[in-house]
Ligand binder design. Structure first.
Ligand code: UDP
Length: 325
């Protein structure tokens, strides 16, 4: 099947492209390379450089006859989304509407969409299932929730079948080391720890150690990016086979604290990784852990690489090249 991956040069997108190619799909990547990397592109996928705000280019690309679209092109910095809601509304919401309309015009009726655990907002109970209330606490989460609602209407009105995949905390790198693009100025925990380990930053700032968690630091559900990628391939098969849409969590179902991640990184890298405790980051809940039972039942999805050691080791394999190429 010919698959179009929009945002396929990014961190998660490139892992999804690799998984699709490995599963025998023919893949075209559409990406504006604003945060995606040329080095994340594979010779066995076709590349089209384009923006999702460019309706003409999108329509020209969609006219090539794809069976399915995987859409991962989005802005994702929750903090920035609170300062620049217009930018997030335009790129994430309007950009997705452009994709949906181009798909409709060219009769492409299958979509796998990157949603986020940010649609839930502050947890009311744990672990978080798909029935948990959706009350985003940042504008980024709001954009993802709005798109999910629009998808439900396109399903009803236009026969679109979609999978909305609510990612928890993506981390790690392709265990075979085939993906090497590093994010510039990362804000997420594991890449920040890796940058400290490489000496690109002086210290890890731990945002609070007075949470009601086992060691006082924030607990998150980290899911290996290759496990996420596998779920995309399975979701795409499912919506095709079942002719049905679905919305599912993708998480590891286990919580890891900031202190535990740091300790594991010190062990695996053998480097000191200095850290200091600073104030809590506004908007951070103490703990966020998923249940991914639904993805297991419906897709047969089982994470295999999301233990904390594999997350750290697969990241270190890529980051360590910065110090000894
Ligand atoms: N965190 C931290 N220092 C950092 C980055 C993150 O202590 O430099 C903590 C953050 O407070 C949270 C966890 O690490 O408890 C994961 O944060 P991240 O930004 O990676 O993802 P989020 O859960 O906010 O989407």
């Amino acid at each position: 099947m010919e698959t179009l991956v929009i945002g396929g040069a990014g961190y998660i997108g490139s892992h999804v492209v690799r998984a699709l190619l490995d599963a025998g799909h023919r893949v075209t990547v559409y990406d504006n390379l604003s945060s995606g990397k040329e080095e994340n592109l594979f010779g066995d996928a076709t590349f089209v450089r384009g923006d999702i705000l460019d309706k003409v280019a999108l329509s020209a690309c969609l006219s090539e006859g794809f069976g399915v679209v995987v859409h991962l092109a989005a802005l994702k910095a929750a903090g920035e989304s609170m300062d620049l809601p217009g930018k997030y509304a335009e790129n994430n919401i309007a950009g997705t509407i452009n994709i949906l309309n181009a798909m409709t015009n060219h009769k492409v009726k299958r979509l796998v969409f990157s949603s986020s655990a940010a649609v839930y907002g502050d947890p009311v109970y744990q672990p978080i299932d798909e029935e948990h209330p959706t009350e985003p606490v940042n504008f980024y989460g709001f954009t993802k929730l709005e798109i999910e609602r629009i998808l439900a209407w396109y399903d009803r009105l236009k026969g679109l079948r979609y999978a909305a995949l609510r990612y928890f905390n993506a981390a790690g790198y392709d265990p075979e080391g085939r993906i090497t693009g590093l994010e510039r100025n990362p804000a997420n925990l594991l890449p920040v720890i890796m940058e400290v380990a490489c000496g690109l930053r002086d210290t890890l700032r731990i945002f609070g150690n007075d949470y009601e968690t086992r060691d006082g630091t924030g607990v998150r559900d980290y899911i290996h990016v290759s496990d996420l990628a596998t779920a995309h391939v399975q979701a795409l098969d499912y919506i095709d086979r079942a002719d049905a849409s679905l919305t599912v969590n993708l998480g590891s179902e286990s919580g890891v604290s900031v202190a535990e991640m740091l300790e594991t990184a010190r062990e695996i890298t053998g480097r000191p990784i200095p850290a200091e405790i600073v104030a809590r980051r506004p908007g951070d809940p103490a703990e966020l852990v998923s249940t991914a039972r639904k993805a297991g039942e419906i897709l047969g999805w089982r994470p295999t690489s999301s233990d904390v050691k594999t997350l750290v080791a697969t990241s270190w394999r890529i980051y360590r090249r910065l110090i000894s190429p």
